[in-house]
Ligand binder design. Structure first.
Ligand code: DC
Length: 208
C-alpha cells in the first residue's frame, strides 16, 4: 500500500505522514528533505541558489547520507529548497529515488508536493493536507524558535506566502491536489484528530 501525503509548507503533512507510517508499519520518506539536500549542497559549494546548471550537476551526484537533518531544517534552507525545486532538472533527477522508495515490497508513505500527482499517481490513498497560512506560520514559528532561530511570526507568514506562490506557480509538478485526493484541513484539529481522520480515509480507500 502506498500512501501519498501532499500539501503546502507547515500544513502538518510531515507529522501526519510519520504517524501514518508508524500506524501501518510502513517505511516513510519526507521528499522535501531531498530538495533541501540539493539546496544545502548548493549553498555549501558556494553556488548561487538560482544557478540551474550547478543544481543539475549536484542532483546527479549528491550523497543522501551526507547531511544530518539539523542542517536541513532551518528557515533559509526551506526557502532555498523551494527555489531549486522549481528547476525541471532537479525534479527529474530526484524522481527515480522517490519511485524506488515507493516501490518497496509492502509499500510506503511519502510526503511532499507532487506525490499524488507525479511520483505515485497510482497510490492506494492520497491525502492533501492544508491549513490556513496563519495557522501554518504559527506552527512553523514554534518549530523554528524551538530550534533556537531568531525570527518573527510575521516574517514566517511572509515566507509561507512566498513559498506557496512559488511551489504552486511553477510549471513543473506544481503543488496541487490530485483529482482523487481527499482534502484534510488541519487548521482546527490536533494531531490525534488528523490521524484518526486520515486513517478513516485510508481504510475507505482500501475497502474500495
Ligand atoms: O516540505 P518541505 O517544506 O520540506 O519542502 C521544501 C521545499 O521543497 C518546498 O518548498 C518545495 C519543495 N518540494 C517539492 O517541490 N516537491 C516535493 N515533493 C517536496 C518538496
Amino acid at each position: 500500500m502506498v500512501i501519498a501525503v501532499d500539501g503546502p509548507a507547515a500544513s502538518g503533512k510531515g507529522t501526519l505522514a510519520r504517524r501514518l507510517a508508524a500506524h501501518y508499519g510502513l517505511p516513510y520518506l519526507d521528499t522535501g528533505l531531498l530538495y533541501r539536500m540539493v539546496a544545502r549542497a548548493m549553498l555549501d559549494a558556494g553556488h548561487d541558489i538560482r544557478d540551474a546548471p550547478a543544481a543539475a550537476a549536484i542532483v546527479g551526484s549528491f550523497d543522501q547520507d551526507a547531511f544530518p537533518e539539523e542542517r536541513l531544517r532551518g528557515r533559509e534552507i526551506g526557502e532555498a529548497a523551494s527555489v531549486v525545486a522549481a528547476m525541471p532538472a532537479v525534479r527529474t533527477g530526484l524522481l527515480a529515488r522517490q519511485r524506488h522508495f515507493a516501490g518497496q515490497p509492502g509499500g510506503a508513505v511519502l510526503d511532499g508536493r507532487d506525490i499524488g500527482t507525479v511520483i505515485c499517481p497510482q497510490a492506494s490513498a492520497k491525502l492533501f493536507v492544508t491549513a490556513t497560512p496563519e495557522v501554518r506560520a504559527a506552527r512553523r514559528f514554534k518549530e523554528l524558535t524551538g530550534r533556537g532561530e531568531v525570527v518573527t511570526q510575521e516574517a514566517i507568514l511572509a515566507d509561507i506566502r512566498r513559498r506557496d506562490a512559488r511551489d504552486s506557480g511553477r510549471s513543473d509538478a506544481p503543488l496541487k491536489a490530485a483529482d482523487d485526493a481527499i482534502l484534510l484541513d488541519t487548521s482546527a484539529l490536533g494531531i490525534d484528530e488528523v490521524l484518526a481522520a486520515a486513517i478513516r480515509i485510508v481504510e475507505s480507500r482500501r475497502a474500495g
